[in-house]
Design a protein around this ligand. Structure first.
Ligand SMILES: [Zn+2]
Length: 98
């Protein structure tokens, strides 16, 4: 984040998360990542929102890096190496009479 006074690039001294008490229309909970900053150049200190994350039924969605996360998911979706054995349940329960 840049210092609002002198424009120096400042790393957050401390970060924390704020969780919205109510989910949005899609049932996702909004998490706001906050940071406290202190400029080493002019000494100005401030607090600022770093990013907004939405967590919902489909998992975590980082609004700032949605494309990256989608790419990661695709890499993980590899087909299993083992054989898939299909079982017809009617064969198993055929002889069972309740
Ligand atoms: Zn500054």
């Amino acid at each position: 984040m840049k210092c609002p006074r002198c424009g120096t690039e400042v790393q957050p001294q401390k970060t924390w998360q704020l969780v919205a008490p109510l989910p949005d229309a899609d049932g996702r909970v909004t998490i706001i990542v906050m940071g406290s900053f202190k400029c080493p150049n002019c000494g100005y200190s401030w607090r600022q929102k770093i990013s907004t994350i939405k967590v919902g039924p489909e998992g975590e969605v980082d609004l700032n890096a949605t494309k990256k996360r989608k790419r990661k998911k695709k890499e993980k979706e590899k087909k299993p190496a083992g054989k898939i054995i299909e079982v017809d349940l009617s064969d198993i329960y055929e002889d069972e009479e309740l």
